[in-house]
Design a binder for this molecule. Structure first.
Ligand code: CP
Length: 311
């Protein structure tokens, strides 16, 4: 693997998942692969799980890790040919080349503005790094995708499934803030590569990018969508069509124990209790969110392992 900025960078998902399951049983089996190699993690936005699980994964492979919160560095310029006489102090062209002197792999987290759809969809931050850095780039969540999360989600379903082709439902939930579409995008993408019966349920107006959801059934009636589900992945996202807007805070879309039935509950975390999902779900045996968060380490480790092997 030469980079990991999208689910599309995975060549063979089934093989990757099986390798991750094996790696999880023996996480230190490649502990010298990353010896004398450095991962730099750049954060434009906050993180708990991604930051710690990616660092843990790198250390399990023997890598050294350096973390930079970008707000502590010089303000970066991304426009080509700009006369930099305003508040940006360093061009990404120079920063990316310098970072490549210190790192063997660069991981970056950069959320969307949710104001300028075209700019967000250009993925200018992560793509500038791909263009100007001379080392592999990993997305730790960008404007339109969260591929490390998506891989951990697929791994979790692979581990917990009790039938060959489980039914998986991605269910929108209310939230007071406008959140990105990155997590549902990557989940919808990876589910189309798994042997699952997958559908998405949300109120009208919350359709994700149709270039991502393609032929995935959209069911506007949540109760109908949840019928006979084996896994229910609950997530809020803001409108894609009315870009970045909160169109509804309809509390009836919150996940409850009654609605969940016999399904396993999934969420990427962090989650707002009793807004997105009631306590009775999160505190029950049906919730696999902690196991899902644990799998973030192994999804990052399998990606880093593959990248290290390509160096
Ligand atoms: N799920 C996830 O990416 O968590 P963090 O935002 O805490 O990294």
């Amino acid at each position: 693997m030469k980079k990991y900025t999208s689910i599309n960078d995975i060549d063979n998902l089934q093989q990757t998942l099986q390798e991750a399951i094996t790696l999880k049983k023996s996480p230190f089996q490649f502990e010298t692969l990353g010896k004398h190699k450095t991962l730099i993690m750049l954060f434009f936005n906050a993180s708990l799980r991604t930051r710690l699980s990616t660092e843990k994964a790198a250390k399990n492979l023997g890598m050294q890790v350096m973390v930079l919160n970008v707000s502590d560095a010089w303000k970066l310029e991304f426009e080509d040919g700009t006369v930099m006489n305003l508040d940006t102090a360093e061009h990404i062209k120079d920063a990316a080349k310098v970072l490549s002197q210190y790192a063997d792999v660069i991981a970056v987290r950069a959320f969307p503005s949710l104001k300028d759809k075209q700019k967000d969809e250009s993925e200018y931050i992560i793509n500038s790094l791909v263009t100007h850095a001379s080392v592999p780039i990993i997305s730790m969540e960008s404007a339109t995708g969260h591929p490390l999360q998506g891989l951990a989600d697929a791994l979790t379903i692979e581990e917990f499934k009790t039938k060959k082709r489980p039914k998986v439902v991605l269910s929108w939930a209310p939230h007071p803030k406008a959140l990105p579409q990155a997590v549902p995008n990557s989940f919808a993408k990876i589910m189309q590569h798994l042997d699952v019966d997958f559908c998405i349920t949300h109120p009208k107006g919350y359709e994700l990018n149709p270039e991502i959801t393609k032929d995935v059934p959209i069911v506007y009636n949540q109760e109908e969508a949840l019928k006979d589900a084996d896994f229910v992945y609950v997530k809020n996202w803001s409108s894609y069509m009315d870009y970045g807007k909160v169109l509804s805070q309809d509390t009836s879309w919150m996940m409850t124990k009654t609605k969940l039935g016999n399904a396993k509950f999934m969420h990427c975390l962090p989650v707002r209790r009793n807004v997105v999902v009631e306590d009775a779900v999160l505190d029950s045996e049906s919730s696999i969110v902690i196991e899902q968060a644990n799998n973030r380490t192994y999804s990052a480790q399998i990606v880093l392992k593959s990248i290290l092997k390509s160096l």
